[in-house]
Design a protein around this ligand. Structure first.
Ligand SMILES: *Cc1c(COP(=O)(O)O)cnc(C)c1O
Length: 355
């Protein structure tokens, strides 16, 4: 028997949504963007100089960070970039959360990578129950024996969005020597960003991704925005793990994509419109749909288990995501696609579960 490290015993790996290779599904299970990346990204791919692949990439991703800082009206040293926001989150957990000062707080139902990183690093966590309507009430996070807080806003898999006022109020009352992370993976689909609060709160870190709003999940670009002290800490973790998290092509693509932000904004607007139509269609079909400010909806078909809805849609060639967890077992998370895709979904639902 090969001896594994004792740390392996506490690992509970994240389970990503299916990426089936066997047949072509209508994939509404991993919150990918249905629209392609923009023309500036195409151009980078057409003109990319392979000489750049011979050399190591810029370890600091300086041009990309400058472009992001310019776009967000921040300084370059307020920006960190990593290989997907999952990696940025991993570095941030390592840098900031230490349960000798108390457990890390996050919602009982949220992005399932948070507990995975806690297991990986041996960080104790304390899940805070969601409200009855599945929303987050930050009053419950004012626990001074905690080592930090992380919330996704909009939250996953509910899609429910928390306004900026309660976040600002929370930050003014939570101990300012502990880090609060807001994961804004879905903020571009109608939410209010906490970037506006960075200037007043140097214990706040906002983490974002190119995967959803920028149609670039395959390129793996995530970024963190915070006071430069926090950015420097995350950078130290990066340089203790992998100095070159973003390859040369990803850095150029990231810069090009932020330069055509208007293109992505329009795509997000279309997704918002498709979402609202899907929401109306599901409600007409008798489904319960939580209010969403993300590129997905969380919904349930009365009288059906979530597992059944998932399986019957899969049999029809439509993939959605179901989470086998208390309270949300009977819901499915449906990624917003194109209008045609949403029409096909609604037609299938109408046929499978007529009113
Ligand atoms: C998708 C997602 C991420 C990860 O995004 P990547 O940048 O693709 O790693 C992080 N947080 C939440 C809440 C997400 O839904």
């Amino acid at each position: 028997m090969i001896q594994l490290s004792s740390k392996m015993e506490r690992l509970t790996p994240y389970v990503p949504g299916e990426q089936p290779q066997d047949r072509s599904y209508l994939k509404l299970n991993t919150n990918e963007n249905p629209y392609p990346p923009g023309p500036a990204v195409e151009k980078v791919l057409q003109h990319f100089d392979t000489e750049a692949l011979r050399r190591y990439p810029d370890p600091e991703s300086l041009r990309l960070r400058k472009a992001l800082a310019h776009h967000l009206k921040l300084q370059t040293d307020n920006v960190f970039v990593g290989n997907g926001s999952d990696e940025v989150l991993a570095f941030a957990f390592y840098a900031f959360f230490d349960s000798r000062r108390g457990p890390l707080l996050f919602p009982s139902h949220t992005y399932s990578f948070y507990p995975v990183y806690c297991d990986l690093y041996g960080i104790e966590s304390r899940p805070v129950p969601l409200e009855k309507d599945f929303s987050i009430d930050l009053e419950a996070y004012l626990q001074t024996d905690s080592c930090g807080v992380i919330i996704a806003n909009p939250n996953a898999p509910t899609g429910i969005h928390l306004q900026l006022d309660p976040i600002a109020d929370f930050l003014s009352r939570y101990p300012d020597d502990r880090v609060v992370i807001i994961d804004e993976a879905y903020i571009e689909f109608g939410g209010q960003s906490a970037v506006a609060l960075l200037e007043q709160h140097n214990n706040l870190m906002v983490i974002r991704t190119y995967s959803k709003s920028m149609s670039l999940a395959g390129t793996r670009i995530g970024y963190a925005l915070a006071d430069k002290t926090l950015i420097a800490a995350v950078n130290s973790v990066k340089n203790s793990f992998n100095s070159y998290p973003l390859d040369a092509l990803a850095q150029q693509i990231g810069e090009a994509a932020i330069g055509e932000y208007g293109y992505h904004e329009k795509a997000c607007q279309r997704i918002i419109a498709n979402r609202e139509k899907l929401r109306a269609g599901l409600s007409d079909a008798g489904w319960q749909v939580l209010p969403s400010a993300a590129n997905f909806v969380f919904a349930r078909c009365p009288g059906q288990t979530g597992a059944m809805v998932y399986q019957r849609l899969k049999d029809e060639g439509i993939l959605v995501r179901q989470f086998n967890q208390d309270q949300i077992r009977d819901f499915v998370r449906i990624t917003i696609g194109t209008q045609d895709q949403m029409d096909r979904l609604l037609a299938t639902i109408g046929r499978l579960w007529p009113r």
